[in-house]
Write a protein that binds this ligand. Sequence first.
Ligand SMILES: Nc1ncnc2c1ncn2[C@@H]1O[C@H](COP(=O)(O)OP(=O)(O)O)[C@@H](O)[C@H]1O
Ligand SMILES: [Mg+2]
Length: 321
Amino acid sequence: MNLLEIQNLKVHFPVRKGLLGRGKEFVHAVDGVTFNIAPGETLGLVGESGCGKTTLGRAVIQLVPSTHGRILFNGEDISRLSATDLRSRRQRFQMIFQDPYSSLNPRLTVLECIGEALDIHRLAPDRAARRERVDKLLKDVGLDPSHADRYPHEFSGGQRQRIGIARALAVQPQLIVCDEPVSALDVSVQAQIINLLKDLQDAHGLAYLFVAHDLAVVEHISHRILVMYLGRIVEEGESKSLCRSPLHPYTRSLLSAVPVVDPDSKRSRIFLAGDVPSPIHPPSGCPFHPRCPMAEGRCKTEVPQLKSIGSDRTVACHLFP
Ligand SMILES: Nc1ncnc2c1ncn2[C@@H]1O[C@H](COP(=O)(O)OP(=O)(O)O)[C@@H](O)[C@H]1O
Ligand SMILES: [Mg+2]
């Protein structure tokens, strides 16, 4: 069984229209997204800034309410739960953020911060057990337990991300949504954090939804990759195959920004003009058509549906009938 099944998920944010604020318009941040994550699997999610990755990641674990669709976690639709029931399920899904500094309370020591997560879910019966569990978690993420009484500002960026990971791990989740967890770190530190996440996945059977704007980062940690554009999935596939032979013109343009190490790679260079259009008034037809170098007449009028190409690829593009 899948750990997570997302069915036609939409998140629309109301915004005021015009100066006088009369009438409502909607930001179509996530606009009909469907995917699954198996236990112990890493699903990468890539796309340019503003295409809806953070909103999707937060909606998956109900930090943002969804407008439409189903979110089945262990077969149960968590988008329909009462606040109390949702709180009791929270232990099973956690999130780590791009900037761990903003997600860690600066007035709590590492011990207090991780201990708080243990207390919320009543995972440590007394102080000694709590301390023991925190020490073990710090060792698991490569930090020195003797530093447990220090404050977040006393650590480097990479170490702070390790604290964020320890805090998420404290409650023994099955899924961690990782929202650009290495984007703010130096390249050498990025690799260390990614390796740590992989080791923890092997040790605990964790599943990850791993969000990044950089395909090179996602390629190394993901089993499968989703490519998102303006709130929709435009391509999905096995990680290596997708990066080696991307089909959607948008995926190809994202990859053409990544240096090629594989001489057999079929990557062709595509340069995109302009930014992601406004998700308040998404373009008609294929949302990518105004920037697509291959767009034809019907791309302006017909929305392409996701179609299977071969055994492990889906793509939403009229070029692939
Ligand atoms: N709370 C909100 N209210 C209104 N619009 C929002 C809100 N959160 C995000 N958005 C908009 O939704 C779109 C997707 O944002 P986001 O999910 O942060 O994208 P990404 O993480 O891919 O950069 C953007 O246009 C953003 O401005
Ligand atoms: Mg984001």
